[in-house]
Design a binder for this molecule. Structure first.
Ligand SMILES: [Zn+2]
Length: 196
């Protein structure tokens, strides 16, 4: 049953379900990586030797009002080809992140109708974590905007942080249904210079 929940609710597959544990305010799922996942994260070689493990914890989708944590002993491997020792890649979370991709998507869904502060309080996260998730989504979506069909642009400048910083926004003027919305192309961030 729990392996099914891990797969369908949390997007975790190819890992072995070990046990679950109720803790104050939440539930922890313990999983283990299989032998087939012992691959060098640098060069992809399977000519590796396991060199210990490191426990890592990942926030995942809540079950009702309970926080869910995925606990995984991440194997460290020594690669005989590139001579490096690293942790193996985790398929359900981004590198260096302490939450799963499904949890990240849940945060982004909530941000569609809530502020960063509301989402942080609702999920028991720090404001910085929520903001980081939103910033990475913006970077993914707008780092390389398609410019091929852009014929007209609109520009505007807004002040943020009480005027200490200004943002120049560049938009595709021809996009959107009946021009009601403008597709964002670029945001230039500029720190205002202090007047003497
Ligand atoms: Zn390698």
């Amino acid at each position: 049953m729990s392996a099914t929940i891990l797969y369908h609710i949390h997007g975790i597959r190819s890992y072995t379900y070990l046990k679950q544990k109720l803790v104050p305010g939440g539930i922890e799922f313990y999983i283990a990586a299989g032998a087939t996942q012992l691959v060098c994260p640098c060069c992809g070689s399977t000519h590796v030797w396991q060199k210990g493990t490191k426990e890592r914890r990942f926030r995942s989708l809540p079950l009702g009002r309970k926080h869910t944590t995925i606990v995984l002993l991440v194997p460290r491997v020594f690669c005989h080809d590139c001579k490096t020792t690293r942790q193996i890649k985790i398929s359900f979370a981004e590198e260096h992140k302490r939450y799963t991709r499904f949890f990240e998507r849940h945060v982004l869904d909530l941000l569609l109708s809530m502020t960063c502060q509301d989402v942080a309080e609702h999920l028991g996260l720090s404001w910085d974590t929520v903001r980081d998730i939103e910033k990475r989504r913006l970077t993914r979506d707008f780092a390389k905007p398609p410019l091929k069909h852009v014929t007209q642009i609109a520009m505007d400048e807004i002040a943020v942080r009480k005027g200490h910083k200004s943002l120049t926004i560049v938009m595709d003027f021809q996009s959107g249904p009946a021009r009601k919305s403008l597709a964002l192309l670029y945001i230039f961030s500029m720190r205002k210079t202090r007047k003497c």
